[in-house]
Design a protein around this ligand. Sequence first.
Ligand code: PMP
Length: 288
Amino acid sequence: MPRIVYVNGEYVNEKDAKVSVFDRGFLFADGVYEVTTVLDGELIDNDAHLARLRRSLGELDMAEPCPPEKITEIQRALVQKNSLSEGLVYLQVTRGAADRDFAYPKDAEPTLVLFTQEKSIADNPTAKTGIAVITTPDIRWARRDIKTVGLLAPSMAKMEAVNAGADDAWMVDGDGFVTEGSSNNAYIITQDGAIVTRALSNAILHGITRRAVLALAQEADMRIEERKFTVSEAENAVEAFITSASSFVMPVVSIDGRQVGSGKPGPMTNRLRQLYIDMARKSARPAA
Ligand code: PMP
């Protein structure tokens, strides 16, 4: 069944969805995006995603296409029109179409596009075995806190991983510290049981799942250290994992071909994944 997508005020068949060749998203990657998980037909942690969208737009002096409540309405309409039970709603805002010029146009109307994707997230079988990551230099720009559609560098990192027979890449800054995964935040668990993940800065995306998982870890009395870690520290960790809206908490069982801990998803990672899924399901189906 063809998808119904949203483009600038209209719900259309995906085959009929069109954006101008002069759109600055196309010409300059002058656009930002968000990905919200859908579980049991409900949007998970969506207000936090829309707050981050507003921040990304603000950092780029880009107009809001409509108020957040209207965006939520569109997201819900798409979930319903596409009978989506589990998966993602992708949303993208660009500065709009204007004759090609590096300076921002004064009068362009922002472009707003949303579409859904089906995906098994809570029961993703990969969570039982975990993923393998490679490490690669982080060649992205310096404002990774802004969620722009300029995703070629992480796409190259992902392909390097795929070509090496791995699942994803952890990107490493010039000082040898891991920044994050190609599309996720990165964590290790040290021999003495601390969860270590890089602190928020312009060097990483401020993950919505990261925030929720750290709050759950704190509630569960787990120790958290928000600081940089090196690749060799990661290789000596007892567990490692990633978080993102589309993977929740996903175990990492090898780094550059070296097994992490037992080489299987570890108990703390599994517990965090379960805590997150329970929280997400509860928020999707609040008690009456
Ligand atoms: N870092 C990067 C570079 C990402 O692309 C993503 C996912 N878009 C994340 C982290 C995770 O963010 P979230 O938990 O909000 O999906």
